[in-house]
Design a protein around this ligand. Structure first.
Ligand SMILES: O=C(O)CCC(=O)C(=O)O
Ligand SMILES: [Fe+2]
Length: 188
């Protein structure tokens, strides 16, 4: 990504994740099937369960590498503008591919060239559990997050003030899952 952005230090993003003190995490999510107490045990083909299993959010870290079993449910929101007019686009499970999401701090570190993606997981299956696993690459807590100088120009001034990953995590604890956290760090 750094090479694609013509950043001289091409390890500027990867070195944060490779650091021995990185704060990366690995999470397993389990979405049990929706059981419904209707009279025909959900065998009615017109019955479509549709519930939010994991609410709309952006991942706060640098990037996420995500994979699920063969049960669908992941959706990403397209074109989020100020009026929040995006539409939900399903991301079907793939047997051999991972889904890679840009996280909030990559958005800050690329000065908005890459945008963190709003996504959610729906539960639509009435018979089979959905399982997903996600690796969230994060820097050490005390890393100062600010874009490389090549990405800050008079035409693209600094969007977010420098902050540490620790500061970002603490600030987001005061917000709800779906709230936008990055705006707390907007440069003035
Ligand atoms: O289960 C999924 O596909 C998405 C999970 C997710 O967004 C997360 O764990 O942050
Ligand atoms: Fe997520």
């Amino acid at each position: 990504m750094a090479e694609g952005l013509r950043v001289q230090d091409s390890s500027v993003f990867s070195k944060m994740i490779k650091d021995v003190d990185n704060d990366s995490i690995f999470r397993l999510n389990h979405y049990p099937p929706i059981l419904c107490n209707n009279n025909n045990n959900n065998k009615d083909p017109s019955f479509h369960a549709n519930k939010v299993g994991f609410g709309e959010h952006t991942d706060p870290q640098i990037l996420t590498i995500l994979k699920s079993n063969d049960v669908g449910g992941l959706q990403v929101k397209s074109q989020v503008d100020d009026g929040d007019h995006g539409v939900w686009v399903p991301v079907p499970p793939h047997p051999t591919a991972f889904c890679v999401n840009v996280g909030d701090i990559l958005q800050a570190m690329t000065n908005g060239r890459f945008m963190s993606v709003r996504h959610r997981a729906m539960v639509t299956n009435t018979s089979k559990s959905r399982m997903s696993m996600a690796y969230f690459g994060a820097p050490p807590l005390d890393t100062c997050l600010t874009p490389p100088i090549e990405l800050v120009t008079p035409r693209k001034p600094l969007l977010y003030r420098p902050f540490t990953w620790d500061e970002y995590k603490k600030a987001s604890h005061s917000l709800r899952l779906g709230d936008s956290r990055l705006h707390l760090f907007k440069a003035t």
